[in-house]
Write a protein that binds this ligand. Structure first.
Ligand code: ADP
Ligand code: TZP
Ligand code: MG
Length: 260
């Protein structure tokens, strides 16, 4: 499915996306998902996730502010998603920072997410390497993480996306890069987490590889447009939501994706 067809379908269906995300991202990720045209629900109680996942078109799991009850909910939600054929997306925020975080990320990876998205440092570390990441922020180049992404995609059977100044997507066989976005994007917290939620929205209506490409393209295009008239991270945030909403399907041009 082409990116423009994916956005058309997203807006026509407004899929329900179950997001288990962190306290920092909760609001902006919901707003990003809504602005793009889908319907987010931020639900993380272990007592209810198994009942909610089957109602959703996709599930996203982000470990940004994890704690034991949340981790129980994440595993239960992923298990339910697999049982009901609901595609799910993993965002391993800063998983290399502590042993607890690292073990949770590896255990979730073993539950076979359809899509995995992280920054370069997160993807390198998940594949077993060591990077220069500092907490939630990347310290490595996307190019240096490409081999890790390909290895991870083959090992996990997932589509893997590395984001940063350039984005890279692989399913272990096909690879694309996308140049674009805006330098100011990493100056707004939780935009990566919000992108993960948006990938979930697209995964509800398109196959994993195409869904990831469309979400990245939607983000890059909206980011570029918002950056043209912003005065800093604050006005960028507001303008970015406007642009995510105002973009039309024909603005998502497949020619911007470079195949390798
Ligand atoms: N220097 C940059 N130039 C352009 N776009 C960027 C840059 N850094 C990050 N982005 C974009 O910001 C979004 C969030 O990605 P990223 O910052 O890598 O995630 P995270 O917040 O998880 O580290 C992605 O759409 C990515 O393409
Ligand atoms: C700052 C912070 N601390 C824990 S989670 C989080 C948000 C990280 O968001 P992103 O990975 O999108 O930059
Ligand atoms: Mg992140």
């Amino acid at each position: 499915m082409t990116p423009d067809a994916s956005l058309r379908k997203l807006r026509a269906q407004a899929p329900l996306v179950h997001c288990i995300t962190n306290y920092v991202a909760m609001n902006i990720a919901a707003n990003v998902t809504l602005a793009a045209g889908a319907s987010p629900a931020m639900i993380h109680a272990p007592e209810e996730v198994a009942d909610f996942v089957p109602l959703a078109g996709a599930l996203t799991i982000n470990i940004g502010t994890l704690s034991a009850p949340w981790v129980a909910a994440m595993h239960r939600a992923a298990e339910t998603a697999m049982a009901h054929g609901v595609p799910w997306v993993l965002d391993p925020v800063a998983h290399f920072a502590t042993p607890y975080r690292a073990s949770v990320a590896q255990a979730l990876l073993a539950q076979r997410p359809a899509i995995l998205r992280g920054n370069a440092s997160e993807i390198m570390a998940l594949a077993g390497g060591t990077g220069a990441g500092k907490g939630a922020d990347s310290g490595d180049s996307v190019a240096d993480a490409e081999a890790s992404a390909i290895a991870l995609a083959r090992r996990a059977g997932s589509v893997v996306a590395i984001t940063g100044p350039v984005d890279f997507v692989t399913d272990g066989g096909r690879h694309i890069t996308l140049q674009g976005g805006a330098e100011i994007m990493p100056k707004v917290t939780a935009l990566g987490c919000s992108l993960t939620a948006l990938i979930g929205a697209y995964a509800a209506i398109a196959p994993a590889f195409e869904a990831t490409a469309a979400a990245l393209l939607h983000f890059a295009e909206a980011g570029e447009r918002a950056a043209r008239s912003c005065e800093g991270p604050g006005s960028f945030s507001a303008g970015f939501l406007d642009q995510l909403h105002n973009l039309q399907p024909e603005d998502l041009k497949a020619e911007r994706l470079t195949w390798h």
